[in-house]
Ligand binder design. Structure first.
Ligand code: NAP
Ligand code: G4F
Length: 339
């Protein structure tokens, strides 16, 4: 029988790649998307599945809406990817972030328990839950110490996932994913901000971009590799929690350098601290300025993940390297800008 999957947040980056993956495996895919938002399915179009995903109005803040979607669509698997996912915004909207990211997951789990506890559930957890972790790299056994309202909200959802699994017997997995990027990434996130901005600068359509902490480090992988890990979690014999990561960290500065080279900018750094900037040696023009508004209230310990458990139990490992990722994103944005 055809398996049915419900993906919340299907209009987001991971939603598009996961929808494509599940369709390629023969699933019928229902994509939850907020009725209130001006719905934009450009990412589904970009990966060629916009006609194959059935869209259902789904709002994380509304319990009865969630229950009725699950009753109507009868999924075998639910992937809860919907969230207010921008860490910096969560400092301005901590309550809304908690309502969507923490209680939203609890609402879905509660609906699963009521309607059909045999539905398999995936929760999109995050390395932000480690925050100021006391060890590096971070694994499933590293104590959590979130340092943003987003991280705190996601940690509540993580523990609810664990709790519904342990107490109610729901097949519920929490995927603790480190940063994963792609040409489908939103412009709010630093990688895409850089590839989009540098592509425009290279074509003379823009002068400069403003960034925050150039020395912030993250463990960056490719989103399409990570959705494969989500699916594998729900196919395993026993539900559990898994870190997905590359195991390598790089700085924002490293990412800028690869992207600049890819789009044909000859980047050199000058100055220090808030006065640091990047120039294009060929033109002498400033192409990156520092704006302290883009600094986080508290920068985290360098986040880098240990995905040994996922490798051992799920056979998962990321395929794309950091430099391939930066080049892929830069080339795509250059093509888009040329259009
Ligand atoms: P994304 O591109 O920001 O997508 C988030 C999705 O959630 C969008 O489709 C958005 O819909 C939807 N959404 C937001 N608020 C909602 C609400 N109240 N009700 C229903 N839908 C709502 O995020 P992503 O990068 O694909 O990430 C997917 C999930 O993984 C998120 O939960 C994120 O927190 C988590 N995560 C991401 C990463 C990463 O590096 N990408 C790492 C760890 C964990 P609209 O289009 O209508 O806004
Ligand atoms: O790209 P970012 O905004 O991603 P962040 O905060 O790590 O969050 C992303 O990954 C999480 C996984 O750990 C997800 F859970 C979350 O949903 C989201 O997908 O920032 C990355 C780093 C930060 O250290 C930030 O301080 O880049 C630094 N940064 C420097 N300049 C900047 C900028 N970040 C942004 N967004 N914009 C800047 O101008």
């Amino acid at each position: 029988m055809t398996r049915r999957a419900l993906i919340t947040g299907v209009t987001g980056q991971d939603g598009a790649y996961l929808a494509r993956l599940l369709l390629s495996k023969g699933y019928a895919v229902v994509g939850g998307s907020r009725p209130a938002a001006a719905r934009d399915i450009w990412r589904l179009r970009e990966v060629g599945v916009d006609r194959d995903v059935k869209i259902a109005d789904l709002e994380l803040l509304d319990s009865s809406n969630i229950l009725s979607v699950i009753e109507r669509e009868r999924p075998d698997e639910i992937y809860n990817l919907a969230a207010q996912s921008v860490v910096s915004s969560s400092f301005q909207t901590p309550v809304l972030t908690g309502d969507a990211d923490a209680l939203g997951a609890a609402r879905i789990l509660e609906a699963v328990r009521k309607f059909n506890p045999l539905i398999r559930f995936y929760q999109a957890s995050t390395s932000e839950m480690f925050g100021d972790a006391n060890e590096s790299p971070q694994s499933e056994t590293t104590p959590f110490c979130p340092r943003s309202p987003y991280g705190v909200a996601k940690l509540y959802a993580h523990w609810m996932t664990v709790n519904f699994r342990n107490v109610d017997g729901v097949f519920a997995c929490s995927g603790i994913l480190f940063n994963h990027e792609s040409p489908l990434r939103g412009l709010e996130f630093v990688t895409r901000k850089i590839t989009h901005g540098f592509a425009a600068i290279a074509l003379g359509n823009r002068d400069c971009i403003e960034l925050g902490n150039l020395d912030a480090r993250r463990d960056w992988g490719f989103a399409a590799d990570y959705v494969e890990g989500m699916w594998r979690m729900l196919q395993s014999e026993k539900p559990s929690d898994y870190v997905l990561a590359t195991g390598r960290s790089h700085s924002v500065r490293d990412f800028c350098e690869i992207v600049a080279e890819t789009v044909g900018l000859d980047l050199a750094w000058q100055g220090v601290g808030i006065d640091e900037r990047a120039i294009d040696i060929k033109t002498g023009r400033t192409i990156v300025r520092i704006n302290k508004d883009f600094y986080r209230p508290n920068e985290l310990m360098p986040l880098v993940g240990n995905a040994t458990k996922a490798q051992r139990e799920l056979g998962w490992r990321p395929a794309m390297t950091f430099s391939e990722l930066a080049r892929t994103m830069a080339e795509r944005d250059l093509k888009l800008a040329q259009r």
